[in-house]
Design a protein around this ligand. Structure first.
Ligand code: G3P
Length: 217
């Protein structure tokens, strides 16, 4: 299972990268705004800064909602760095743009996916990644993890190569459940990654090992 971090915060990206377990980064316009990154030039520069920190794929989202605009923006983003993945919204023109980029071997991430039918369309359009938003489904009393299971089932039926990127992951149990269900990738905040470290028995055990070592020295 690949671990992506879902942030535009360079310090958090560095922290996850330094652990040696980071496979990539996802961003969106809201995450950029949260870091105070505004304006096309600054946003483009920030994508390059992120690519220079991590080794893997970095999703960069288009703002256009029409096919021509998405292609224009996506091509400019793809030029920035070979780690850039074009993130496209799950709308009709987004599906069309996904096919356009996949035909040209440019990686894509179809985002804002909330149903198995949308995931099927993304796979048909040759998406590299499909991003079902599990936390936002949970927010509206719908089982986000069930969507991961449904997409896994459908993709396995037909050996679709599109990778299921569980997005809108909010906490460690989402990560573990996505791993059980066979999501290819998860993207979440830093706390959902480093939180996996925590167990009181580890802390107690380490404390005892160190105390016993000191007794003998
Ligand atoms: O990757 C999608 C993600 O950024 C959405 O997360 O927590 O805003 O629902 P959230």
């Amino acid at each position: 299972m690949k671990f992506f971090i879902d942030t535009a915060n360079l310090d958090q990206i560095k922290e996850a990268q330094d652990m040696g377990i980071l496979d990539g980064v996802t961003t969106n316009p809201s995450l950029m705004a949260k870091e105070g990154i505004t304006g096309t030039d600054n946003i483009m520069k920030h994508y390059v800064d992120i690519c220079n920190i991590v080794d893997g794929d970095v999703s960069a989202e288009v703002i256009s909602t029409d096919f021509d605009g998405m292609v224009r923006e996506g091509e400019a983003l793809a030029e920035l760095h070979d780690q850039i993945v074009i993130k496209l919204p799950m709308i009709k023109d987004g599906v069309k743009a996904c096919k356009y980029f996949s035909d040209r071997d440019i990686k894509t991430n179809v985002t804002l996916v909330f149903s198995p039918g949308q995931a099927l369309l993304a796979a048909k359009a040759g998406a590299t990644y499909v991003s079902p938003f599990i936390g936002r489904l949970d927010d509206v009393s719908t089982d986000g993890l069930n969507l991961i299971a449904e997409i896994r089932h459908i993709y396995d039926n037909y050996a679709f190569e599109t990778q299921i990127l569980a997005a809108s992951v909010r906490h460690t149990m989402h990560v573990i459940d996505c791993a059980k269900l066979g999501a290819d990738v998860m993207t979440g905040p830093l706390k959902s990654i480093v939180g996996l470290l925590n167990h009181p028995l580890t802390d107690i055990g380490l404390e005892k090992f160190l105390a016993d070592y000191k007794k003998g020295n």
